[in-house]
Design a protein around this ligand. Structure first.
Ligand code: ATP
Ligand code: MG
Ligand code: MG
Length: 534
């Protein structure tokens, strides 16, 4: 590593960028605006950003907008927003479409020097010929004729639809990507930026090596499944006399029970199986943030396998367990009681209902900087039915954050505990009590809270390319429970992450307002598997 001693040590899990010169590194993230960013893209952009920062270089975000049939302004806008959400601030934002004219010129020069030709072999036949290493009948077309066809295709003439430009590399290569790849094709759909100016567009295989070189990229990060294409990428740069760019490969990330392809995600949106691209069940950047993914946890997770070239099918529960460590540090604690199945407890020596008595309670047991709040106390307490099963007269229980109550009377109703009476014991023993319970004072000011829990959208752990993913759509992916919350929950803002004691961690999806329930989304902790037990 050149001058590496001036730099911060690599974060755990990352490797060095070969040949990186501090101050001169340029990386790029080239999303196609054909969908919203997902966590796979997050990996790619976070690695590019990491290297650009570590080597005091620059990060280019380049919209790879070469296919008007798939791309939209809406997607482009969403990518800008989601990069912000990820905390990525690109040094430059560019568009492949700004280079169309230049790329057109390079294509012409290839035709003129005989390194590219025009072909109208039908796609299926081309595929077979590639497999059999058979040359196209047009391979030796004279450059003048190829140029004429190329211009005709670019003029938008109908006849041009059958033609494409192909690189003349090596039909006999053991590397299939060198068997005369397609470089340019007609497409008459208007482009979201260049409109109808162009009638034919370069493929990624042609555009990417040209623009990487022109923009001064020093290190092109590519996923390992592109390894076969590396030679082709370099061939284009060499053939065009362009500056060569180093390739640094990293592995794709996949998650179990998760679809990570923009085309398939778009299908879920179109079918109405989710609310939209930002649905909390979606593996999009905005979806996982809405579900409660903490960005520090996400970054640590991505860096931790940044150097690994093995493609793994990640288990969500491992990620959620890491996520929990991070959110546990910041989540304020609240109590909640099931809104339908609860039991009244009369604390006979508690403060009278009209006394307006409160105690002060810490928002977080370990972090005083998170402050404290007033918690209402009184005689009319409610407890969760399941918490008091089998309770006996004489038993001492702990009301969390308040103190010890000795049960003096148990009244049964339909074979269950129907109601309780007890006596507050000011210096009671916390340690010996078996039951340490969430509770609440019965007042009109306890907000109704809707707890929402989600499940995976698909039922298969590892979806294969040949699987019809629509066969594996999970019919039930959402469950809700209503609880009564402590009044402190009313002050929460959208996106705050909290813990409901003994229930788990939640993210505020909709704050309490105008008497409408507070909506909390459950954040998985990597342990609880089923959609129940909230
Ligand atoms: P999709 O299959 O979702 O359409 P894509 O690779 O075609 O993904 P692009 O917008 O071209 O979408 O991707 C931009 C960058 O993100 C590329 O450099 C690509 O390698 C990277 N990327 C995409 N998916 C993943 C993934 N699952 N893991 C890591 N990197 C990914
Ligand atoms: Mg792509
Ligand atoms: Mg793809």
């Amino acid at each position: 590593e050149v001058g590496g001693d001036l730099l911060e040590p690599l974060v755990s899990g990352m490797n060095l960028l070969e040949g990186a010169v501090p101050g001169n590194v340029v990386t790029r993230f080239p999303p196609e605006p054909s969908g919203y960013l997902h966590i796979g893209h997050a990996k790619a952009v976070l690695l590019n950003d990491y290297y650009a920062r570590r080597y005091k270089g620059r990060l280019i975000v380049r919209f790879d907008d070469t296919n008007p049939s798939k791309e939209k302004e809406e997607y482009q806008q969403s990518i800008v927003e989601d990069l912000k959400l990820l905390g990525v601030d690109p040094d430059v934002v560019t568009y492949t479409s700004d280079y169309f004219k230049a790329i057109f010129g390079y294509a012409l020069s290839m035709i003129e020097n005989g390194t590219a030709y025009m072909d109208d072999t039908p796609q299926e036949q081309m595929k077979l010929e590639r497999a059999d290493r058979v040359e196209s009948k047009h391979r030796n077309m004279p450059p003048e004729e190829a140029k004429e066809k190329f211009l005709m295709m670019n003029s938008g003439k109908e006849e041009g639809a059958a033609w494409c430009l192909r690189a003349k590399i090596d039909m006999n290569s053991d590397n299939g990507t060198l068997r005369d790849p397609v470089l340019f094709r007609q497409n008459l759909e208007p482009h979201h930026r260049s409109g109808t100016t162009y009638k034919a567009y370069p493929t990624y295989d042609l555009a990417c090596p040209i623009v990487d070189s022109l923009e001064g990229v020093t290190h092109a990060l590519r996923t390992t499944e592109y390894n076969d294409r590396d030679e082709q990428y370099q061939w284009i740069q060499t053939t065009l006399g362009l500056r060569r760019v180093r390739i640094h490969s990293f592995s794709r990330v996949n998650f179990m029970y998760t679809v990570l392809s923009k085309r398939k995600l778009a299908w879920f949106v179109e079918q109405g199986l989710v609310e939209g691209w930002g649905d909390a069940r979606f593996p999009t950047v905005r979806g996982v943030v809405r579900r409660g993914v903490n960005l520090d946890a996400l970054k640590t997770f991505i860096y931790s396998q940044g150097a690994s070239r093995r493609v793994v099918n990640m288990d969500w529960s491992k990620f959620w367990a890491e996520n929990k460590k991070e959110i546990d540090k910041q989540a304020k604690r609240f109590m909640a009681i099931d809104a339908n199945t609860n039991v009244p407890l009369k604390v006979t020596n508690g403060p009278a209902i009209d006394s307006n008595s409160y105690l002060s309670t810490a928002n977080h047991p370990k972090d005083p900087s998170l402050g404290s709040r007033a918690l209402r106390i009184g005689q009319d307490v409610i407890l969760e039915t399941v918490d008091v099963e089998g309770i006996q007269e004489g038993e001492e229980i702990v009301l969390l954050r308040w103190g010890v109550v000795k049960i003096t009377k148990v009244t049964q109703a339909n074979g269950n505990v129907g109601s309780l009476e007890g006596e507050f014991i000011p210096d009671g023993d916390y340690k010996t009590a078996k039951r340490k319970l969430s509770w609440m004072i019965q007042t009109g000011s306890n907000p109704i809270v809707e707890l929402t829990e989600f499940d995976h959208l698909v039922t298969k752990d590892k979806l294969e390319e040949e699987d019809n993913f629509a066969d594996y759509v999970n019919p039930t992916t959402l469950a809700t429970t209503q609880v009564m919350g402590d009044a402190g929950l009313k002050t929460l803002q959208e996106h705050e992450i909290i813990q409901l004691e003994r229930r788990g961690f939640f993210r505020v999806d909709r704050p309490y307002r105008d008497g409408k329930p507070l909506i909390l989304y459950m954040i998985p902790d990597g342990k609880t598997k089923s959609m129940s037990g909230m």
